[in-house]
Design a protein around this ligand. Structure first.
Ligand code: ADP
Length: 742
């Protein structure tokens, strides 16, 4: 028995490379060339890597030259080792081998050709949980799971028929079974062996549980690293690692795409010279910051491979080793070139907008009329000129909703006659809430001091703006995309009103004074015609009768004109009073239609309704006047004749009765729709057709309907016809036993 010491490689040459081959046979001759005795070499201890720093060499029959051979040169030993691999089975005696078996860290089991265990070492007991006595004389298959035993018996028998040294189950996952039934992975190597002269097999069994777990964990770690590498490559950002002297050690796909150098090209290059980095202040500053703070964030300008510049948002982190020495800098660079350019462009646009708005403000301030811009359904102020403040008699704060401004300053808006006006009818709110273009609406502003100002209001909806910025309290104000913006103009019409008042007074007086002579004229003309027709007095010549008829027609028109003029002056002066009473409007409409049907043969008037009774609280005379005017117009402005349809319906939810008067006449040109309710307003096409009129009827009709709390509007297409709509409030409570005048 010899203790072999020395360099590890020396033992490798004896093929003591791993515990799987702990026992081998070598032979050599005394001159070093021919074969001699057998020797066993087993490691004293081994490490996981299989290094064998010390080993026993044991020759069953001691030979004096073995000691020398154990110290022989590496080259020769190697030669002998290859020869040893094909040697005959090792022969050992059962008497003294056990202590050596116990030295092995592996479980060693010796079995005879019948598969009976004849010897086990201590490690076998530890690994399988059996006492040595429980194993001896047992079948080797005891150490295997039940399901593998039959197969193993066949393998074992085959092995004994040609025994040789080999690891067992190459490429297979071998499994052992402990006494408690649990299974565990093993690695086994087999050696034929002559034990006391009889052929046996020694198996070295190693419990691989810990190693498999370690392997599994290692594989998981490798997978994780692979995934992280994938992830890094997936990022659009440039991710790079550089060593303490700034040489690139890692360069992801994002960096390749951003800068144009492949990882192979970038590796080892100094980053700031490769990328011609422009630092916010200096490289030294960044470096110092990294050194002290461990990280740095900021904007850098790099140059790409193609020479173009790229602005990046850079985040860098210094990594130190256990001793605190810098080992790497991790750097993530995000391309913000486009964002920066957009911001710069936006700044330019913003500056221009501010300048333009300042100019606009100057222009607006120079205007004598009050002008302001409002947005959103509650009409918040965007911009107002100086005159606007003097119109209101108070300063409207930017962004303040209109009603809040009016309330907080005690300002009231009424109609031209000073009657209360629901906010939904304010020109400004109609524009922002309903998207209407309101032209020349008369409003009266009662200012904080008590003075009143009559104004004509024009409110125009502007195309939706994305962003308003400028000399407003917030220099940049974001508007929701669909918020309506309206431009409103207030024209002070005090002087006009005064002139109008005088004119109305004058017209009123004239109309009043004309009434009596006109009544006399019309009365006498009628009398002459009627009495002559009855045969009283001398018969009239044809020309005399025609002249009288003309006088009668002209005076009828004049009477109508004076009535209308008087109505206008009454309305203007607020002297028109309604005599309201609950009345069924269906027969009222039918009566007006019947009367007017008698004035024409070329038109077919038709009333459509499903309701026999609709009670409205109205002045019947005035509503009759409205219907007469609307149906009269439908007849008058359909010179070719045709149907005139009057529809009556109920809007029960809103408690309204509705009328519509539809004709197929000349229609109203679209450009004149907004003005058609103005006084003396006549459409161009009506005049071109030579149809006579005063342009006062619709004005009076609207005033009358609105004073009833109703609405009057129309839809019209030139050369296609018009439909006028009226709504009036129904009486609120059902009046069961009410007598219906008709
Ligand atoms: P008048 O008929 O006396 O001119 P109105 O105030 O009743 O006055 O009508 C104003 C104008 O509106 C008319 O001159 C005409 O141009 C237009 N108009 C009114 N009703 C109709 C209609 N049904 N079809 C076409 N034009 C109409």
């Amino acid at each position: 028995m010899y203790l072999i010491t020395g360099k590890q490689e020396a033992y490798q040459n004896f093929s003591v490379k791993s515990q799987a081959e702990t026992i081998i046979s070598i032979r050599w001759s005394s001159d070093g060339s021919s074969l001699a005795k057998a020797v066993e070499i087993s490691p004293l201890y081994s490490t996981a890597s299989g290094n064998v720093p010390r080993a026993f060499a044991h020759a069953p029959q001691e030979e004096s030259h073995i000691k020398e051979r154990a110290m022989m040169s590496d080259a020769r030993a190697s030669k002998h080792t290859s020869a040893a691999a094909s040697s005959a089975p090792l022969s050992i005696s059962s008497t003294n081998v056990l202590p050596f078996l116990d030295i092995s860290p592996d479980a060693l089991v010796i079995v005879n050709p019948a598969g009976t265990i004849v010897m086990v070492n201590r490690q076998t007991e530890a690994v399988f949980g059996y006492a040595r006595t429980e194993l001896l004389e047992q079948q080797l298959e005891l150490l295997l799971p039940q399901r593998l035993r039959a197969v193993h018996i066949a393998h074992r028998e085959q092995y004994f028929s040609s025994p040789h040294t080999r690891p067992m189950g190459i490429g297979l996952k071998l499994v052992g079974r402990r006494k408690d039934g649990t299974e565990f992975p093993v690695e086994i190597s087999l050696n034929p062996l002559l034990l006391d002269g009889a052929l046996h097999v020694i198996g070295a069994i190693r419990d691989m549980t810990a190693q498999r777990i370690a392997e599994h964990e290692h594989l998981q770690q490798l997978e994780q690293i692979r995934l992280q590498a994938e992830l890094i490559n997936l990022a659009h950002d440039a991710i790079l690692v550089r060593d303490p002297v700034s040489r690139v050690t890692s360069w992801n796909r994002g960096a390749e795409e951003l800068y144009g150098w492949t990882v192979q090209e970038a590796q080892g290059r100094i980053t700031h010279s490769l990328l011609k980095t422009r630092f916010p202040s200096s490289y030294a500053d960044v470096d110092e910051h990294l050194e002290h703070e461990g990280q740095w964030e900021g904007e850098l300008t790099h140059t790409r491979r193609d020479g173009s510049s790229v602005i990046v948002e850079s985040r860098q982190m210094l990594v130190r080793d256990e001793e605190g020495q810098p080992i790497a800098i991790l750097e993530i660079n995000r391309d913000i070139t486009e964002r920066r350019h957009l911001e710069q462009a936006e700044q330019v646009v913003h500056a221009e907008t501010v300048a333009r708005l300042a100019f606009l403000q100057q222009v607006l301030d120079a205007l004598p009329s009050g002008v302001y811009l409002v947005y959103g359904p509650d009409a918040r102020l965007l911009l107002a000129n100086r005159a606007a403040a003097s119109v209101w008699g108070a300063e409207w704060q930017a962004d303040q909703p209109m009603l809040e401004f009016l309330k907080s300053n005690g300002i009231e808006i009424t109609d031209a006659q000073g009657s209360p006006f629901p906010p939904s009818k304010f020109a400004t709110l109609r524009a922002v809430q309903g998207g209407e273009t309101v032209l020349q609406q008369q409003e009266l502003i009662r200012r904080p001091g008590g003075s009143s100002l009559p104004v004509l209001v024009n409110a125009v909806v502007l195309p939706a703006q994305r962003r308003w910025s400028g000399p407003l309290p917030e220099t940049e104000q974001q508007l929701p995309a669909r918020e309506a913006v309206a431009l409103v103009m207030h024209q002070d019409v005090t002087a006009l009103k005064e002139a109008e008042y005088l004119k109305d007074e004058f017209v009123g007086i004239v109309a009043h004074e004309l009434r009596t002579p006109l009544a006399a004229l019309k009365g006498f003309a009628d009398m002459l015609l009627v009495q002559t027709a009855r045969g009283r007095g001398l018969p009239l010549a044809e020309w005399q009768r025609e002249a009288l008829e003309e006088i009668e027609l002209a005076t009828t028109r004049l009477v109508k004109l004076t009535e209308e003029l008087l109505d206008v002056t009454r309305l203007q002066a607020g002297r028109l009073h309604l005599q309201r009473t609950p009345i069924n409007v269906v027969p009222l409409v039918q009566r007006v239609v019947m009367l007017l049907q008698q004035t024409t043969t070329r038109h077919r008037l038709e009333v459509r309704t499903t309701q026999p009774e609709l009670l409205a609280d109205i002045d019947p005379g005035r509503i009759e006047q409205v219907l007469t005017n609307l149906i009269g117009n439908a007849i008058k402005y359909s010179p070719q004749g045709g149907p005139v349809t009057i529809t009556i319906w109920e809007e029960s939810a809103a408690r309204l009765v509705g009328f519509s008067v539809q004709d197929r006449g000349i229609g109203i040109p679209r450009r004149q729709h907004a003005q058609i309710f103005g006084r003396f307003m006549r459409a161009d096409n009506a005049q071109a057709w030579g149809i006579s009129g005063t342009g006062l009827g619709l004005y009076i009709c609207r005033e009358l309907v609105e004073r009833h709390g109703g609405q009057l509007w129309f839809e019209s297409e030139e050369d296609a016809g018009s439909t006028f709509f009226v709504t009036l409030p129904l009486v609120s409570a059902p009046q069961g036993d009410h007598e219906v005048p008709s």
